[in-house]
Design a protein around this ligand. Sequence first.
Ligand code: SAH
Length: 347
Amino acid sequence: MDLSIPLTGRRVLVIGTAVSARRVVARCAVEGADVRLVPAHSLPPLTGRFRRPAADLVVWVEGDTGIRARLEQECRRLGIWFTAESPVTPVPRGHVTLVGGGPGDPDLMTVAGRRALADADVVLFDRLAPREDLERWAPGAELIDVGKTPGHHAVPQHEIEALMVHHALRGLRVVRLKGGDPFVFGRGGEEVAACRAAGVPVSVVPGVTSAISVPGSVGIPVTHREISRSFTVVSGHAPFSENELTHLAGIGGTLVVLMGVNTLPHLVAGLRRNGMGAEVPLAIVERGFSESQRTTVTDLGGVLAELGRVQPRSPAVIVIGEVVRQRPGGETAWDTEAARAVAAFAS
Ligand code: SAH
């Protein structure tokens, strides 16, 4: 069971030490509680003046089990909520966890990713990582935005790797939070290699990649029985060579392009030159899973004119292939908060 109690303005008594209860205290504080931390051996009385309970909630983290049993009983008698949380245990060595944050919707982050964040001392996050709820998900962690600095320049890759390793070698738990999946154009492989080279233990939590989920969010499946039995994911970051274009045009199935807005005219011209028909449908899905998500559906013959009209911008996923016709007219397939609210209102 995963219960949560609104803590704003509540008096929370945490039993443990500054180290063992660090995360619980930070989480309660972030949620606006009035937190007091005491060690088990110097517990204050649970009732104050006129015998009113002196706390709304007691959180047990660490201490003598006999004291715990008595405290729990006393809480029950006084009608005070009692709960227990596991203590933070000091680690001899720090470690790094690469976490795939998914395509932007907080609901699409994995449970393992959320656990790693809850446990983190330092979080290095990217431009495309889900960042809205980070303070709540990683209470007590230092949050470092490596996607951009005040000058709007991203922190260079070698500096990100140096930061990760530096904090881990200080004995801290570092989470490197990335958009989508860490191993899909995410430079995750390089970051794992940097940790290994420095002797830092590293693990990877996969994420929902935008390559599949962003088309899916507008009802475009990357494969479809009898229509497409493969999909090829490419980066349009740099223009393709003629040889690559020949192969891409002949490979069949669905072509999914990330980071491809700027090089799209070059790609389309190359595919056409190598025999792909003008009628092959193409979709551009910008800012997937955000309120300003926009989908443009056209075909290889019409895309250049359409680009001038809609002026798509990054981040966007481009899908080329017959599967684009599966998209239901206008509506989104992902049940967004807004869609749920409208459905509830209409029923
Ligand atoms: N590791 C990421 C991809 C990183 S490359 C993943 O697995 O999703 C960054 C590119 O991903 C962007 O330029 C864009 O093409 C795509 N992208 C990521 N999130 C997106 C989103 N929410 N909407 C549209 N495109 C997205």
